[in-house]
Design a protein around this ligand. Structure first.
Ligand SMILES: [Fe+2]
Length: 173
């Protein structure tokens, strides 16, 4: 068991290795906050996509079942990258379902199994919500001079735009 003094020393040591990246504390705090919000959005969207992968029924079961899997695989990678970026900036990544639901702007519908087209339309609307939010975040990180996060978010918005395009194409088929 660490002594009270030992615990204090450990905390001091942890503080001493905070990143020194040329970003103000205010910038780091703001960027960590917006990244945790996008982490929550992406996690809820991941679970929603997975839910639809499991529960889809209808004539396009096979292509949509596989299509949703390809999207939740991409979202899973994004989740890990967002969380690790938060820690790289000296923050703590949200890691509990309670936090994700609280922080996310993506809404779930417990107990509802939408039709094929409604699933696609819901996911499209959710990706577009994330895209619009990322665009605001990119403007914020630009103002704050956090070029690393700015570039990272630009990559994320491109991935969501591509997934949104694919969902839109399914709705038009
Ligand atoms: Fe599966």
């Amino acid at each position: 068991m660490p002594t009270r003094n030992g615990t204090k020393t450990a905390i001091a040591a942890a503080t001493a290795v905070q990143p020194n990246l040329g970003l103000s504390e205010k910038t780091q705090t703001g960027v960590i906050k917006l990244l945790n919000a996008r982490l929550a959005d992406t996690t809820v969207l991941y679970q929603k996509t997975r839910n639809y992968h499991w529960n889809i029924k209808g004539p396009r079961f096979q292509p949509l079942h596989a299509f949703f899997e390809s999207h939740y695989d991409q979202l899973e990678e994004a989740i890990d990258e967002i969380a690790e970026r938060i820690v790289q900036l000296g923050g703590v990544a949200a890691g509990t379902l309670i936090e994700f639901v609280k922080l996310s702007s993506i809404k779930e519908e417990p107990g509802v199994v939408p039709s094929e087209n409604a699933m696609i339309a819901n996911l499209l609307a959710d990706h577009e919500t994330v895209i619009r939010q990322l665009r605001k975040d990119i403007a914020t990180t630009d103002d704050l001079g956090d070029v690393g996060t700015n570039d990272f978010l630009t990559g994320l918005i491109q991935d969501h735009e591509k997934m949104a395009w694919m969902l839109r194409a399914f709705l038009q088929s």
